[in-house]
Structure formats: C-alpha cells, structure tokens
Design a protein around this ligand. Structure first.
Ligand SMILES: Nc1ncnc2c1ncn2[C@@H]1O[C@H](COP(=O)(O)OP(=O)(O)OP(=O)(O)O)[C@@H](O)[C@H]1O
Ligand SMILES: [Mg+2]
Length: 440
C-alpha cells in the first residue's frame, strides 16, 4: 500500500491514539473538525478492516453527507487503495467500507444494518434529535466500537450536548476546538473571524467560538412557547378561518396549507409533487369546503401561477398573493414582509390567552430554528432562508404557511367592504356595524 504522510492537527490526536466510546469535538466554524475526522478515518481504514458509518440527522442526498469531503481527501492524498462508488467508499486492500445515512429516515428495522459498525461519525451533531440518538446509541453495539461526534453548538439545550457532553462519563472525551487550533485555517477565514469580532461580539462568540446562542438573543421564537402551543387544548374558535399556502420551490416539492382561526391553528395539509393546476385545485377544494375569510399564498416560485388560476376562477375576494421579500405593513419596524409575518407568529405565541398549533415535530423545529439578524439596525430582519435550510435540512414550509396566515389583519368579515361594490349587500353593511370582534 502506498505510504503517505498525513498531518493531523495535534488537538485531534486522540482520534487515532486513544480509545473512548464517545469522542466529542465541538467548537466554532473552521476548527478543522470535518477534515480531521475524514483524514483520521481514512488512515484507520487503511490499517484494518473497519465498518464506518457517516451519519447526520437529515440526508436527502449524498451531497448532504461527508462523502464528497472523503472523496476529496482520497484524491488529495492519492489513496488509490480506496474505491469510490456512487453511495459507498471501500478500501480494496483492507475491506474497510464507509456508508452514509440520515438518521431521521431510519426506523428500528433499517438501523439494524448498522449493528456491525466500528466507528460512527455524527456530523453536524447539533441537529441530532433525542429520538435519533435513542435509536442510534444502542445500535452501535460492537465491542470496542466508537462514536465520533462533531458539533457546532446551536443552543444551550442541543440534545446531544445535553446527553453526551454536558456531564461526560469516563468513556467520553470532550474537546473544544476553534479556528485558532487549526494550523490549516486559511487566512481568508481568519480575516472573516476578525471582522466578525469587530462587528458583533455576540456573533463572534457563537459562530467562531462555538458558544451556544443565548435563548432570546438571536432566536426569534422561544422554544417553550412553541411547546406550550403544541399541548394547548383549544377545540374550536369562532374567529374567521384564514388559510396560509406556501408553495413548493425549486429543489423541493412540498406545498403546505395551514388553517388558522384566531388562536386556534388546527391543521396543516402537506402535498408533494403537485403542479400549479393541482395546487390550485386543492386550494379551490378548501375554499369551497371550509369557506375561509382569506387565503394568503406565497407569490414566489410557482405561486404566481397558482394565484392567476384562482383569480381566474373568481376567488379574487378571498385569495391574496403575498411577496415574502416585499414591503412590510409596518415598514419602519420590519425589514420585509417575511420578518413581519414571522414576528406576528411570535407575538401570537406570546399572547396571554392560550394559542394552539398542530402537534407536529417539523413545524416546531422550523419555528424554533429561525434566527434574527443582529446587525439589522432598528428593523427586524430574519436570517437568510438558505442559512436556516442548512441547519434543518429543508426549507421551513410549514412555519412559512403558518406565517402566511398572519400576512394581513383579517377582521371578522374577512374583507374590506366598500359601499357600492358588487360584493356588499345591505345586510352586510348593517351587520358590520355590530361586529365587535376584530381578532386576527
Ligand atoms: N488537514 C488539512 N489540510 C488542509 N486544510 C485543512 C485541513 N484541515 C482543515 N483545513 C482547512 O480548514 C478549513 C476548516 O476546516 P473544517 O471544515 O474541517 O472545519 P470544521 O471545524 O469542520 O468547521 P465548520 O464548522 O465550518 O464545519 C477547511 O476548509 C480547510 O481549508
Ligand atoms: Mg465541518
């Protein structure tokens, strides 16, 4: 086998030289965690036959995994003893093999295939849920097997932090590593870190030093409020029904309808792979069946097409297109419509009277994950959707659909009624005068 010289930053030497059940490395951006893990696994896999599982919470495709990094390192060192196929990496001499899996897609049956694993690498471990860990931990059961964990802490309560690193047992090694521990850290990255330190110390501590976000510091929505709303018991509401419709964007095929009546958000309907006509048909069905006061839909992506169809079908009074990037109603307070709508969800969750959302893990995760941007002067700005997507592995369609139900205030009659328009009858006008409830 070809001899190669591999340099691993000293701080990572326990990966090769000590045995621990859990090897937990955490810290900020560019600490060298991913590279060191990849290099060490490649070295170990050349020494003897190992079964290595590269795991993360969500893996929709191989490009989400560390597969590409391992391939790059193999070609960088010219390790021609490794054979790379579409979904696997194998060592032709020792028989070592790497597999790549998302834990969220595993059930207790599928995960059995991991029982012979020697080393499991959990990358981006801040996103691992308690449930995933509870399935994985007993599965990695071979004598001497190790779990390597790399994490950039997100919040104080990241499940794996709490379960593994916060109070480590004698079989767990916990090491903090930041960019200044990484001798290979590119100058450009160091400059970015320096700049960040000058602009916002809080950002620097989180992004570059790996400190968890303080609750309420960057997070828009407090996790406890979300939990409270999940378990609330409201069973009906007289408020007008509002439907929020978030339409599939390129690269995702998920369209979500969210149904809310005042304090009671009672249903999410998710469809996949629908084209604009099918989405419009479904919206038409819901309008007829549930008689909403308003249906707000996202005009981005193929939303404009759905909007046109619904207008053509005569639903102009109910359907309103919303542009997430457009102007907020309260422009002096919100950077754009998106920030305004999400903050409305936040305020709604904070209201004194209980509010209810569907008991849905994905919705809760999406609501919990959104961060505000600190530098946005006095107007609230949310982090870019792409950033959020990187963290949770999908776009927050369910939460966006809920946010859309707050696009504009809807009064009890659900529409502005101007005298003389075809839509208003005399009865409506009189009834209006007695309406007191303007909840939205
Ligand atoms: N062994 C190495 N050889 C060459 N460059 C390296 C090596 N290790 C790390 N680097 C450089 O340091 C950068 C950061 O390393 P890496 O991506 O492994 O850090 P990380 O801790 O995983 O950070 P992140 O939180 O951004 O995922 C890499 O992009 C690469 O430029
Ligand atoms: Mg990394």
């Amino acid at each position: 086998m070809k001899q190669v010289e591999v340099q691993i930053p000293k701080i990572f030497s326990p990966l090769l030289t000590s045995s621990y059940r859990n090897k937990f490395f955490y810290g900020g951006r560019a600490g060298g965690k991913s590279y060191a893990f990849a290099d060490c696994l490649l070295i170990l896999g050349r020494q003897k036959k190992l079964f290595i599982a590269c795991l993360r919470e969500i893996q929709n495709s191989m490009k989400d995994s560390v597969y590409k990094l391992l391939c790059d390192r193999i070609s960088f060192y010219g390790l021609d003893d490794y054979a790379v196929t579409d979904a696997k990496i194998e060592n032709k001499i020792t028989g070592t093999r790497f597999v790549f899996k998302g834990l969220r897609n595993q059930d207790s049956q599928k995960i059995k295939s991991l029982e012979g694993v020697d080393i499991a690498w959990i990358e981006e471990a801040q996103t691992i849920t308690r449930k995933s860990w509870s399935i994985l931990e007993p599965t990695i059961r071979k004598d001497g097997s190790e779990i390597w964990i790399s994490m950039n802490r997100e919040e104080e309560n990241d499940p794996l932090w709490v379960l593994v690193a916060a109070n480590p047992d004698e079989r767990t090694l916990v090491v903090k590593v930041n960019y200044y521990d990484n001798p290979f850290c590119p100058e450009e990255i160091k400059l970015q870190a320096k700049k960040c330190k000058e602009t916002s110390l809080a950002d620097y501590n989180h992004i570059w030093l790996g400190e968890p976000l303080a609750q309420g510091d960057y997070k828009l929505i407090n996790s406890e409020l979300i939990q409270k709303a999940r378990v609330a018991k409201i069973s009906s509401s007289d408020s007008p029904l509002i439907i929020g419709l978030d339409i599939a964007r390129a690269g995702s095929d998920r369209t979500v309808f969210c149904f809310r009546k005042g304090r009671y958000c009672f249903m999410l309907k998710e469809v996949r792979g629908f084209n604009t006509v099918q989405v419009a048909d479904m919206a038409t069905f819901f309008i007829k069946e549930y008689n909403p006061a308003k249906l707000f839909l996202d005009l981005g992506n193929s939303g404009a097409g759905v909007y046109d169809i619904l207008i053509d079908r005569g639903y102009g009074r109910i359907v309103k297109g919303i542009n997430f990037g457009g102007k907020a109603i309260m422009e002096d307070r919100y950077y754009n419509k998106r920030a305004e709508m999400w903050d409305s969800v936040n305020k709604w969750l904070q209201s004194e009277l209980p509010v209810q959302i569907p008991d849905d893990d994905e919705l809760a995760e999406e609501l919990r994950s959104i961060n505000r941007v600190k530098v946005a002067q006095d107007r609230l700005q949310l982090e870019d959707k792409e950033e959020l997507k990187k963290r949770i592995g999908r776009s927050p369609d369910k939460a966006d659909a809920l946010a859309l139900t707050f696009a504009e205030p809807v009064y009890d009659k659900g529409r502005v009624e101007t005298y003389g328009s075809d839509y208003v009858c005399l009865e409506d006008l009189f009834r209006n005068a007695t309406v007191k409830d303007n909840s939205w």
